[in-house]
Ligand binder design. Structure first.
Ligand code: SF4
Length: 462
């Protein structure tokens, strides 16, 4: 039963705004908190000017993210000081790791919480912790942040690996899969609200099930999700190469509604760097897994992420990575430069790479990748693909095709205005490195444009 709380001044429910920094996993945490607060009688608002309480959901992944989180907390403190009665809380990866230091630096914060500390957070906010205790369920309020017609489905949290550049396991703990039946129920509820695309996320997704079921269950989960009416695309993000043997990749490629896409972050390709990074895989094993996915299905997209400038990376190591990227020709790729993270093995390694050298390497890889993307896009001219419309700008609609995840990949510009959250078949008419141009094919079944519905923050219980 929801507890009714009201602001003394005007007898209206307290209003909360959550500022989310970092990755999609943090978006899901914010959605969970929003759902719990709504259940406790809070109203969720989009702008801090409308709020009584601001919660900053911090990110501690890399230095830039930490700096941004601290800046946002400072702004929130200034917002609080401008009017009596306002409150500011902080949660997330950065506070999980550096909570005492942040509290000492920013005593104006009304509370600091780690990850998943829902009872303590609700109590501090004056909400009702009982709202989550009755059935040990967690409530999620979908924010639509993945875009119209899309929702994140977080299948696990934590990570039991120890990549030498990554502080995530310290912040999020050991790998924990969500029960398969619960995820299917959640996806069914999402489909009923009009969601067409499920974005499968976790710190890494290909180990799904090993803790609960003693075997990899990602393919089985995706098959069950494929059976849900209304779901059109299942998109896998954050595969972990050492946990993605060829057999799993072949199985995944055959899942009926799997978008022809996998996010497969290799990080590096030289044997020496993979060892220093503690990746527990090899260039040949990754090649086999990629080949298995590509062989299992025609015209798929393999996205990757690489890290340059890790301590000890020589010119030869970089050339090996460049050679691998040239050979595999990933359809999508992101390149990052290394920054040391406190408490990780990488931070203790000698032979740091100069920043200028790392930036040159990033530049070379991005130039290579830009050409690969352009070549692949040119080959698509004249093809028909489905596009999920995200927004209208003047006389055009912008959306994503099967090879594009939200925020990180390319976009498709479709002539004319089509409703956001609907899927349409379009014909590709033009290509640039990070954009396709297209016209709708009005006769197609999909272009009747079944609406992805109103994603007006449904509250779902898991
Ligand atoms: S798999 Fe590696 S990079 Fe990914 S979260 Fe775990 S430790 Fe970090």
């Amino acid at each position: 039963m929801a507890m009714k709380r009201h602001c003394a001044a005007d007898l209206r429910p307290p209003r909360v705004m959550i500022q989310t920094l970092g990755c999609a996993k943090n978006v899901v945490d914010s959605e969970t908190l929003a759902g719990l607060l709504k259940q406790s009688g809070y109203e969720y608002v989009e702008r801090e000017a409308q709020a009584d309480v601001v919660v900053v959901n911090t990110c501690g992944f890399i230095d830039d993210a930490k700096v941004e989180s601290i800046q946002v907390m400072l702004e929130a403190v200034r917002w609080k000081q401008a009017k009596h009665g306002r409150r500011v809380f902080a949660m997330g990866c950065l506070t999980q790791r550096d909570g005492p230091e942040i509290q000492a630096e920013l005593p104006e914060l009304d509370g600091i919480f780690g990850i998943g500390d829902w009872s303590a957070m609700l109590a501090a906010l004056g909400a009702n912790p009982m709202s989550m205790s009755s059935s040990s369920s967690v409530l999620t309020m979908y924010s639509g942040k993945a875009g119209p017609g899309s929702a994140y489905l977080r299948i696990s949290d934590g990570c039991s690996h120890a990549c030498a550049f990554c502080a995530i396991p310290q912040m999020r703990g050991l790998y924990r899969s969500e029960p398969l039946d619960k995820l299917v129920d959640e996806a069914r509820l999402l489909a009923r609200t009009g969601v067409k695309e499920l974005l499968i996320i976790g710190q890494e997704t290909t180990s799904y099930g090993v803790d609960l079921y003693r075997q990899r269950m990602l393919a089985e989960l995706c098959r069950r999700l494929s059976d849900i009416e209304g779901i059109e695309w299942i998109r896998i993000l954050y595969a972990h190469p050492p946990s993605s043997p060829p057999q799993l990749m072949t199985e995944l490629a055959r899942v009926p509604k799997l978008a022809p896409y996998i996010d497969f972050p290799i990080e590096h390709a030289s044997a020496r760097m993979l060892k220093l990074m503690n990746r527990k895989t090899s260039r040949s094993k990754m090649q086999e897994s990629i080949a298995a996915f590509r062989d299992g299905r025609a015209d798929v997209c393999v996205r990757t992420t690489v890290l340059v400038g890790f301590p000890g990376e020589t010119d030869d190591d970089f050339e090996e990575l460049y050679d691998f990227m040239s050979e595999v020709r990933f359809e999508r790729a992101g390149v990052f430069t290394y920054s040391p993270q406190v408490g990780t093995a990488g931070a203790l390694l000698p032979d740091r790479v100069e920043e200028g050298v790392a930036l040159d390497r990033l530049d070379r890889l991005m130039k290579l990748q830009k050409q690969v993307c352009l070549d692949r896009h040119k080959q698509q001219i004249g093809e028909t693909i489905p596009v999920l419309i995200e927004r209208n700008v003047r006389e055009a609609s912008w959306g994503r095709g099967p090879w594009d995840a939200p925020d990180i990949d390319a976009r498709v510009r479709v002539r004319g205005t089509l409703p956001p959250g609907t899927l349409h078949q379009v014909k590709i008419t033009g290509a640039a490195a990070y954009q396709l141009d297209a016209v709708p094919i009005e006769s197609s079944a999909l272009s009747r444009g079944e609406s992805c519905g109103n994603l007006a923050l449904p509250v779902l219980s898991r």
